[in-house]
Design a protein. Structure first.
Ligand SMILES: [Fe+2]
Length: 258
């Protein structure tokens, strides 16, 4: 696997007594033969308080191609030995575009879950808290996962549960795979920090800007870094493939939240 870099950002919420250190590990797109050692080395070195995985750790979560998933499960298992891990659903875990085309999802009223329950159990067995349109409270902090997997196919995320989450009178961190949800659904909500991935940094970066991201198009707005002291977007961990990454190394993001 190409060398993984480390990016560090600060977010000031005014709601914490002491600094929390959060690692964001996103968009691995686990494939056969991947080595996650470099990611684990960074996590050990940084020793974060929490590790956040906002989706697409796996290419698919459909109960098939077990061999291709071993790197993803290894990453979760070894991460959970370093700090508590929180995992939310990306578009790839929720079936990806092609499967949904076949299902003609637009006629389905409520969004069915497309992932394999056995593989979700395995994520949990590896030590992660699996957040699928829900939240948990960990040491006085609420950590939620918005399953925005179908947003690029024109479906709004499930927002009903989010109202209860936003009304909690404690600091709140939301994992939401798609940064394009931010502007429309999340920007004005009472959430201290939103963590996203999906855009892969815009794949090629020119003059510090991404070139293309699915769901955001050409010269996308949210691809890397901190926006409005509220949204942090990871460039993800998938190495160069058929389409190379240019000026855009895979990264582990570290956030100091105060
Ligand atoms: Fe994605």
């Amino acid at each position: 696997m190409a060398s993984v870099t480390k990016s560090k950002y600060n977010v000031y919420t005014g709601h914490l007594d002491k600094i929390m250190r959060l690692a964001v590990v996103s968009d691995l797109h686990s494939r056969r033969g991947m080595d996650v050692g470099g990611i684990i080395d960074i996590l050990k070195e940084e020793s974060p308080d929490l590790i956040l995985m906002p989706g697409d750790i796996f290419e698919r979560l459909d109960g098939k191609n077990t061999e291709g998933k071993s790197a993803g499960f290894e990453l979760i298992r070894r991460s959970a030995q370093i700090a508590p891990v929180f995992y939310s659903v990306g578009n790839h875990e929720n079936g990806g575009v092609r499967s949904w085309d076949k299902l003609k999802w637009s006629r389905i009223k409520s969004i069915p879950k497309y992932y394999d329950k056995g593989e979700v159990d395995r994520i949990r067995e590896c030590g992660a808290v699996f957040l699928d349109d829900g939240y948990v409270i960990e040491n006085g902090i609420a950590i939620g996962g918005l399953s925005s997997g179908l947003i690029n196919e024109g479906r709004a995320p499930e927002l009903a549960w989010l109202d209860g989450f936003c009304n909690l009178d404690i600091p709140k961190i939301l994992l939401c795979h798609h940064p394009e949800c931010y502007k429309k659904y999340l920007k004005d909500r009472n959430i201290d920090l939103i963590v996203s991935g999906h855009a892969h940094g815009g794949q090629w970066r020119i003059f510090g800007r991404g070139v293309f991201a699915p769901g955001q198009g050409i010269f996308p707005q949210y691809t890397s870094g901190v926006y409005h002291n509220k949204l942090v977007v990871s460039r993800g961990l998938k190495p160069s493939g058929r389409i190379p990454r240019i000026f855009n190394d895979p990264e582990v993001v570290m956030i100091e939240m105060k």
